[in-house]
Design a protein around this ligand. Structure first.
Ligand SMILES: C[S@@+](CC[C@H](N)C(=O)[O-])C[C@H]1O[C@@H](n2cnc3c(N)ncnc32)[C@H](O)[C@@H]1O
Length: 372
């Protein structure tokens, strides 16, 4: 089986966690890289990554890396690629590009050159070409151009992988599922200790925790990934993909420790319950203001993503309340994803670990406390 190179994109700050996840999942030649993690394998390994990575945002197939010093050289390199394997003229395409600051070129122009290369190669072969469809194309191609080197990728994912297919309602400022999964892993949750989110919102952290603990493949609910629309995805490939989905289902236990969500807002709790039901996980929810949170029963793991100024009203008092609550939780491990470092100071505890992350465009910090 021919080995191909794949590249799994990561939210900034989650690269090491994604590398660890891909190694655990058994992918080969996984390497740490900024912005995303490469691995090598058969095309089927790329499909499996779409099904199994919780942290990866997109899985890309590297079609070719080549030297290119001008847009014309970039175009000529892309023209030589075997587009006919992946795309027939009846299918639609979209292209995008990222140009490193070392090149003074407009990324839209490079994306246009990539589109030209694809349709020109089709015209040569068939006398017909694909239409461009921005929103929902059959094939998404992507170019990265930096310091005289171009890389052309195909996106296997289709819709970004955080769209697991279970979310019915967003609540206020929900975390992307991929980031929620990264927070749980980076915070060191062991998948066994009972988990509490005292400001659970739409329950992204809790649902992702339950799916991870139960070994439920995050992509198992997706009806179709991008690669399932490619021209080379025929009956034999459909059978192999069905077998991969079956294997994922067999590996899942669906078991998880007790997972509890609290929130002050009853409407938000209602949508959290609906999201959990849709994801097929059994979680407990209760309306509880943060200041009433107290330790009960066994030691637990607390994780939360309180509101913060950029997206919700900043509330230093809330962080003081959170600090007081955390100090009551003797023996617990507590992880707080905060969008504002000054808010974190109100917790008045020294974190054992501090990670920098990005939630969309917002610079965040993940602080992890071991409460004495
Ligand atoms: C940023 S959202 C959490 C988003 C959540 N992680 C998700 O992905 O959906 C913060 C949540 O804190 C809740 N909240 C705000 N003040 C609270 C308080 N004093 N006690 C409990 N919950 C509170 C809000 O209702 C909101 O749902």
């Amino acid at each position: 089986m021919q080995k191909q190179e794949f590249y799994v994109t990561a939210a900034p700050g989650t690269e090491e966690a994604l590398r660890d996840e891909l190694i655990e999942l058994g992918f080969a030649q996984v390497r740490l890289n900024r912005g995303g993690i490469p691995f090598f394998g058969s095309l089927e390994e790329g499909w499996r990554a779409c099904l199994e990575t919780r942290l990866g945002q997109r899985v890309m197939l590297v079609l070719r890396r080549y030297p290119a010093d001008s847009p014309q050289q970039f175009y000529e390199g892309a023209l030589k690629l075997p587009w006919q394997l992946y795309l027939s003229p009846e299918q639609s395409i979209s292209t995008a590009a990222y140009v490193h600051e070392s090149r003074n070129e407009n990324p839209n122009f490079i994306a246009l050159k990539l589109k030209d290369a694809i349709v020109d190669s089709q015209r040569k072969q068939w006398g017909r070409r694909s239409d461009v469809e921005r929103q929902d194309s059959d094939l998404r191609a992507f170019a990265y151009w930096s310091r005289g080197k171009a890389t052309v990728y195909l996106d296997l994912s289709g819709e970004p992988l955080f769209k697991r297919g279970y979310r019915l309602d967003g609540g206020h400022a929900p975390l992307k599922e991929t980031l929620a999964a990264a927070v749980l892993r980076m915070a060191g949750w062991d998948r066994k200790t009972p988990l509490v989110d005292p400001m659970c919102g739409s329950a992204s952290l809790l649902i992702e925790a339950a799916l991870w603990a139960g070994n439920v493949a995050p992509g198992i609910r997706r009806e179709r990934f991008g690669f399932e629309r490619w021209a080379n995805f025929k009956d034999a490939e459909k059978e192999k993909m069905a077998a991969l989905r079956g294997e994922c289902r067999r590996k899942s236990s669906g078991q998880h420790p007790r997972i509890t969500g609290y929130d002050i807002d009853p409407e938000v709790l209602q949508s959290a319950k609906e999201n959990a039901r849709s994801a097929g996980v059994r979680l407990s929810f209760k309306r509880l203001p943060l200041k009433e949170l107290c330790p009960e029963g066994q030691r637990r793991f607390l994780v939360c993503n309180p509101p913060y100024g950029v997206r919700l009203d900043a509330d230093n008092r809330l962080y003081q309340e959170l600090g007081s609550a955390i100090q009551r939780l003797s023996g617990w491990r507590c992880a707080v994803l905060a969008g504002n470092p000054t808010c974190l100071r109100n917790i008045q505890l020294q974190p054992q670990e501090l990670f920098k992350l990005k939630n969309g465009n917002i610079d965040c910090q993940l602080a992890v406390y071991e409460v004495p």
